[in-house]
Design a protein around this ligand. Structure first.
Ligand code: FAD
Ligand code: EPU
Length: 341
């Protein structure tokens, strides 16, 4: 085998929550060939398997039995280019933000609103990352995978990925069945910037930018994110801990009557209203609260933070308390966005 397998690997620096946990076995793959070798080795020893990218959407509540395979497949390749668009294939182990900046520098539009999201390109289709009015599904042409059971390659077209709000087929029937190795994006060369998310327009106005480029939008997004989201390098976290709930219009009207200042956005389907979980959590009195080594971030109530030395169980316990409060006050059950291991 061309790759080495380590035992009892400390995962602390491999998850942005900075949680101490040990993987029974651990290896890194840099190509599809190395991946298939590791898959066959794991199968032979009947090792349970966990695929890891940047660990920015993971909460380890226990040591990991079996093998953790960290994806480091690199490379960016232009497959097709014309005056309107470019088809670009990217290794799943590339750092997402670096890929965004690469595209912005080339003048390829479509993912600039997704600047500064931590993690890897390969994880981007798993939960269909989104921010500031854009979801990655709008730019993905196809997702190349290797099937864990057979080691065979499979290409999923965009429509086969069943993308939804923080959702895809890889979180449903194909959960734990495929490893993403490459993602192919269709990006535009004639930029039509999206500044619909209020805060972007506000930042651009403040800077006096009236005709923004994709670089201006990327910079505005970076500025907004830095102003309210904690940097995992300084304070352990995994971004939004919960998804924003979507409720029926009827239920929303009941809440609106009781809480006239409730914030809302259009939902992902007709008749659904999205209510920011951050608002619900703040109104439940949790914003800025510290419980032992963990807490609810003081600027963004949707983010649970590790103030240092927290266990995954402490984070999970706090999330359960928050969930209970929101359920009691608003009758809404929050769903975690973070993958709890
Ligand atoms: P990991 O955390 O390593 O893995 C996440 C899941 O994907 C796991 O189930 C893992 O098994 C699976 N997985 C990872 N790679 C592969 C692969 N190659 N093949 C198959 N399965 C794989 N998310 C947003 O959508 N929008 C945001 O604005 C946003 N902001 C964030 C801000 C901060 C500060 C942080 C810490 C996180 C934020 N996130 C956001 C969440 C996170 O960045 C994304 O979910 C990101 O896509 C996770 O990438 P990762 O490589 O770290 O995945
Ligand atoms: N809000 C509060 N209190 C808070 C936080 C938010 O009242 O403490 C209310 C405010 O009214 C605010 C609204 O919620 O206007 C929306 O807040 P924000 O713009 O910060 O976004 P969010 O809904 O909390 C979502 C995503 C983020 C993404 C941002 C920007 C989810 C679960 N989260 O957060 O994604 O970056 O929008 O588009 O959809 C992530 O997935 O990890 C993540 C960080």
């Amino acid at each position: 085998m061309s790759t080495s397998i380590e035992s009892n690997k400390n995962l602390k620096k491999y998850n942005t929550f900075s949680i101490q946990a040990t993987a029974e076995k651990f290896s890194i793959f840099k190509s599809e060939k190395e991946l298939t070798e590791l898959l066959s080795e794991s199968k032979q020893h009947q090792l349970p398997l966990l695929i890891l990218g940047g660990g920015s959407n993971m909460l380890f509540t226990q040591n990991v039995k079996g093998i953790v395979l960290k994806n480091e497949i690199l490379g960016i390749q232009v497959l097709e280019e014309n005056t309107d668009s470019v088809l670009v294939k990217c290794g799943a182990g590339e750092v997402w933000h670096e890929f965004v900046i690469h595209c912005v520098n080339k003048g390829w539009a479509g993912i600039e609103n997704l600047s500064l999201i931590p993690g890897t390109v390969g994880a981007s289709p798993i939960q269909n990352i989104g921010a500031y009015g854009v979801e990655v599904k709008d730019t993905i042409e196809s997702v190349d995978c290797v099937e864990i059971e057979t080691g065979l390659k499979k290409r999923f077209k965009n429509t086969e990925c069943e993308f939804g709000y923080r959702d895809s087929v890889f979180k449903k029937i194909y959960k734990g069945k495929y490893v993403v190795t490459y993602v192919t994006f269709r990006l535009k060369k004639q930029a039509l910037v999206n500044t619909s998310y209020g805060a972007i327009q506000q930042v651009l106005d403040e800077k006096g930018i009236t005709n923004p480029t994709i670089r201006d939008v990327s910079r505005a997004v970076v500025e907004i994110r830095r102003s309210k989201l904690p940097n995992p390098a300084q304070l352990g976290n995994a971004g939004s801990f919960f998804k924003n709930p979507e409720i029926r219009e009827k239920e929303f009207t009941v809440l609106k009557n009781k809480y006239p200042d409730i914030v809302s956005f259009p939902g992902s389907a007709e008749g659904l209203i999205k209510v920011p979980a951050g608002w619900l959590i703040e109104r439940s009195g949790w914003k800025g609260k510290v419980v032992g080594n963990v807490g609810i971030h003081r600027l963004q109530a949707l983010v649970i933070v590790n103030y240092g030395g927290a266990s995954g169980q402490e984070v999970l316990d706090l999330s359960i308390e928050v969930r209970k409060s929101v359920q009691e006050l608003f009758g809404i059950d929050l769903t975690p966005e973070v993958n709890i291991i």
